[in-house]
Ligand binder design. Structure first.
Ligand code: HEM
Length: 238
């Protein structure tokens, strides 16, 4: 009789799956809109950082007035995208993935600090109801509720300065607005650098990036989840 634990090939891996009750499938975790908003947000944040730090005087690849125009247009598009995505997130129930949790947070932090360097497997297994690890949820939640609003509120106050400054010019308040905007900008740039680093720590350098392009990711599912997806959402499972 064949021992399935030592056999190989598709039939053997199906038999192993049935025995272990863990099913390896490609699952569409990122819908078309989710991928669209992820990449358009990434481009807009890059354009805003580039034009913003030109206005600030840190870099000088384009003229000041072009940077101002570029920054103002990109800012309006990003605010519109954020508002629409907030609406989409709530109406589709996707907000559940972003609710922060400290269950397993420490294990994930220790994995990135130590375990990953020792080649240990990631302690977090994505599930259909929770596709982000606790550190991701915590980081995205902070960006969406703190850094994002800090940037657009201070940015709008900066943009409409002439409406609220009055005759005195309100220089102290204006300086505070610029400072808050700069703090938000540095936090956003720090997040982007950390995010790009994390994204390269998958099975291969482009593993997670590919998932955000195609929408599909390798997942471990239960038999019930496979049956559910095949019956109700066949386009989501390969
Ligand atoms: C999303 C909403 C945002 C709004 C409404 C906004 C608005 C503004 C405005 C009005 C200015 C003054 C120059 C200008 O008129 O263009 C400015 C400057 C600046 N912005 Fe933004 N911005 C936003 C997002 C961002 C982001 C995402 C970054 C970087 C990651 C950023 C970085 C900067 C920097 C570094 C400056 C120069 C500050 C100074 O030293 O005067 N901004 N922003």
């Amino acid at each position: 009789m064949t021992d399935i634990s030592s056999a190989s090939g598709p039939a053997a891996s199906k038999a192993k799956e049935a025995k272990s009750k863990v099913f390896h499938r490609k699952v569409k975790n990122y819908s078309r809109y989710e991928r669209f908003w992820h990449w358009s947000q990434a481009i807009l944040i890059f354009v805003l950082a580039f034009s913003g730090f030109t206005v600030h005087g840190t870099i000088r690849f384009i003229p000041f007035h072009s940077a101002v125009m570029m920054h103002d247009i990109a800012a309006f598009v990003l605010i519109f995208l954020w508002l629409f995505t907030a609406f989409w997130t709530f109406t589709t129930g996707q907000w559940r993935h972003f609710v922060p949790t400290n269950a397993g947070l420490w294990e994930v932090i220790m994995h990135y600090l130590v375990g990953m360097m020792r080649g240990q497997p990631h302690p977090y297994k994505r599930t259909l109801s929770r596709k982000q690890n606790p550190l991701q949820s915590f980081a995205y939640f902070s960006i969406m509720t703190l850094v994002g609003p800090l940037l657009w509120l201070s940015g709008l106050a900066y943009m409409f300065y002439s409406f609220w400054a009055g005759n005195s010019g309100n220089h102290e308040i204006f300086s505070l607005v610029v400072l808050l905007h700069l703090i938000g900008a540095f936090l956003m740039v720090a997040f982007v650098i950390g995010h790009i680093y994390m994204v390269t720590t998958g099975k291969t350098l482009i593993h997670y990036t590919k998932a955000m392009i195609t929408g599909f990711e390798d997942m471990e599912l239960t038999e019930a989840e496979v049956t559910y997806l095949e019956a109700h959402e066949p386009d989501r499972i390969k």
